[in-house]
Design a protein around this ligand. Structure first.
Ligand code: SAM
Ligand code: SF4
Ligand code: SF4
Length: 342
């Protein structure tokens, strides 16, 4: 269904809805210290049972509804999305939804074998973003906290490239005292390669990662460190609302991106909604709670009734957390990253 000019859905601050991020599992084979720290997500942690998660049929139905009100991009995330069984079947369903023209996956890549990469490609997945926070095993193992080596992730990236995925982006969360010394090695490694490296400021998502603003290496600091060795200059965004600020190497060695949710928030352009693993609609990464869509679905509501809920929720949206972050707001209860995905 085409969205006519008059019917363009806008939130309470005039922002349209274009992207939907879907978390397909709360589980992960990593325990990144900034996301699922072991003290909280240890052996005693109770992950959700399968029936508590949105089924692929339910996700597909919601994607159809969202596509009808302007969503064009779907990002599949988690937890680690590749631990959800038969993820390819979900991708195959989403590919067929009218209006969706971009399906991407955010993954730690440790489970991407050549065979898996091929099956993801055959299912119709368009793009892959890989998270990698260091190039030396000592640091990387300190980040993932489960002993996975860097090579495992690099092999996953290669497998994805061999399967035909183009423009694989590599995302690095930078936390001072943990991996800030890896900014330059990462930049050097991916300089002049087809991979676009993107640096992400450490964010206060959830309440378990002991966020502290002194641990944030700001985008300005990241750019400065890189510029001192490999000069860069800012370039125009690819499209309005692009989250990463783009920079290119003056020597022609490609580009990098820096995502500065903390030091230079971009709420004014935020066109993203998130669907949590239990079917709650979140209109901000830092929200305390989401809007339950699973219960009405399972109670048998019609598409029209569900659409009314979704559009009503978007219309009343006024989120701009990062622009208004305070010492107090950091401590407020917030949903965990593994439930809604990055
Ligand atoms: N497991 C997959 C992965 O790591 O790519 C997908 C889910 S993960 C929650 C999505 C993204 O969120 C990753 O790039 C991760 O590095 C990022 N992330 C998690 N916690 C973060 C935090 N506190 N600050 C900034 N980025 C974070
Ligand atoms: Fe898992 Fe991704 Fe979170 Fe790391 S960032 S713990 S890989 S969900
Ligand atoms: Fe969007 Fe919330 Fe992030 Fe602002 S803080 S950019 S509203 S997700």
């Amino acid at each position: 269904m085409a969205v006519s000019e008059q019917s363009v859905l806008k939130d309470g601050l005039g922002r349209e809805l274009h992207d939907l991020r879907i978390s397909v599992t709360d589980r992960c084979n990593f325990r990144c210290v900034y996301c699922m720290p072991k003290e909280h997500f240890g052996p005693g942690y109770k992950f959700l049972a399968k029936k508590e998660l949105l089924s692929f049929e339910e996700i597909e139905r919601l994607v159809r509804l969202f596509a009808g009100i302007g969503v064009r991009k779907i990002r599949i995330t988690g937890g680690e999305p590749l631990v959800r069984k038969e993820l390819e079947k979900l991708i195959e369903r989403i590919v067929l939804v009218d209006g969706i023209d971009d399906i991407s996956l955010t993954t730690n890549a440790s489970l991407i074998t050549p065979r898996r990469a091929q099956s993801l490609r055959s299912a119709g997945l368009g793009r892959i973003n890989v998270s990698l926070d260091a190039l030396d095993d000592e640091t990387f193992k300190a980040v993932n906290d489960v002993g996975v080596s860097v090579q495992k992730v690099l092999d996953g990236i290669d497998a994805a490239a061999d399967a035909g995925f183009e423009s694989i982006k590599v995302n690095m969360v930078v936390k001072k005292g943990l991996n800030d010394h890896c900014v330059l090695p990462m930049a050097r490694y991916f300089h002049d390669t087809p991979r676009i490296l993107r640096f992400i400021e450490f964010m206060d998502v959830g309440n378990t990662n002991r966020w502290d603003d002194s641990a944030v290496m700001t985008s300005a600091e990241i750019a400065e460190v890189i510029h001192a060795e490999m000069p860069i200059e800012p370039i125009e965004p690819n499209y309005q609302g692009e989250v990463a600020k783009r920079w290119r190497y003056l020597d022609g060695g490609g580009e990098i991106g820096i995502i500065s949710s903390v030091s230079q928030p971009f709420c004014g352009d935020c066109s993203r909604a998130r669907l949590s693993v239990v079917g709650k609609l979140y209109t901000c990464l830092f929200a305390a709670d989401g809007y339950d869509l699973m219960s009405p679905i399972r109670a048998g509501e019609s598409d029209d009734q569900l659409l009314e809920r979704i559009t009503g929720r978007w219309r009343s949206r006024r989120d701009r957390y990062s622009e208004t972050r305070t010492v107090e707001s950091v401590l407020r209860p917030k949903v965990e990253m593994s439930h809604i995905g990055g």
